[in-house]
Write a protein that binds this ligand. Sequence first.
Ligand code: GLU
Length: 516
Amino acid sequence: MNDKIRLRFAPSPTGALHIGGVRTALYNYLFTQKMGGTLILRIEDTDQTRYVPGAETYILESLRWLGMEFDEGPGIGGDFGPYRQSERKSLYGKYAQDLIDSGNAYYAFDTAEELTAMREAFESRKETFRYDGITRQQLKNSLTLSAEEVKTRLESGDPYTIRLKVPRDEEVLINDIVRGEVVFQTNELDDKIMLKGDGMPTYHLANIVDDHLMKISHVVRGEEWLPSTAHHILLYRFFGWEDTMPQFAHLPLILRPNGKGKLSKRDGDKLGIPVFPIAWEAEKAEDSFKGFREFGFMPQAVLNFLAFLGWNPGTEQEIFSLPQMAEAFSLDRISKAGARFDFDKASWFNQQYLIQTENATLGQLLKPLAKEKNYEVTDEYLTIVASMMKERVNFLPDIIKTGYYFFEPVREYEEKMIRKKWNPDRKTALLALNEQLENLPDYQAEKLEAHTKTYLEANGLGFGDVFPFYRIALSGTTKGPALFEMMEALGRAEVKKRLLTAFPAFDEVFANKINS
Ligand code: GLU
């Protein structure tokens, strides 16, 4: 255990966790695993106005489904708790006060209306208002008001916020593991609020205080937080914590499948692809959606896919178990360029995992899906079906959907082949063959195949005269699993029934062809 390596995943419960957030969690997880460090889950819920009930549960359930375990966090425990920021509320005021005392923050008394008026005045001049080193000189705060007035206002309980006093004319340098040196000019930064009117800290204050108190060594998060990092570095400086400041790694954006623009929550619906790990049930149907889980993805496949959205191991290997992925992972192989979300690639990963998974395990996973359809089958049968279908589908539920004929009668026959090749005169031979097969003591794929071969030779028939029609009769298609395995799975009685139903139907297709 390396107790110097401490990372945190710090989601805000403002809705469902986007797949980008899952990737952030994953990279934090992989790096911690690789280094033998500690992974912390911290819920950043100080913004009451954006709080969404159910979001925290959703985040926890998503992480559980994906199989990422945390060492410290809400419900897990640890020496640095509580791990929900709302439960740490009383702790932040002191730090805001420290900033005031050291002259690095100030009280701002401007009302919401005053600020709106200011914003509008700027807009009318086609400028954007920012509370910063210039405008603060004309606003109502402890830098412009007399010490006496400030005192009176504070004592009489006037509402206020505490704002960071960003210095003028300086450069803030960020040494980012992914992006290298990034320089921000302080004149471009606003005086961010640290403590809000309701006494709650903003994200910025709480995040820095907690990263410090929780002894975080590396901050691995999305690129959208890079601009805020300039403020964060100022905070570390003002608090005198620079020597224990974490190292930063900002992850590249995840782009839409066409490579144009950032993948947004809305893109999922628009493109018919999942952009969330699991389903989100909202009151309004249009705000609810399916996740990777409901699409039929296996959690390991999702993680494997996400690992490659912005990172690569520098080798040809693509399939990694979670421990292998951790072993191969390093922050310096994360790329700066945005990563395109390629759904086909995600499906490919899932198929690889399906193929790799033991048939018996797949059989177990199919159980609830079969039950939903009221298919009464044994575990063993599901295992056999899984073994025959897994290479033919990308997703587990498709085994049941595409392979429905293992559970119920064929719904539809592929007509093209019948029109082209069916010969009603051949029926007698086909049924005679089946009668022989039916009477074999061992109704088993290899035996069935051997006997069929002998029969075909003796009767001057080819595979093409038999196989396609048997296959269509049993499964409706010529693209199903291998014929003899399918026969073995269905059993003699069912095979006979299906042939006897199918052949007259083929005759009909054939007759229609003649008549049309
Ligand atoms: N609470 C922030 C979020 O929702 C965390 C950002 C960070 O990791 O600093 O993404």
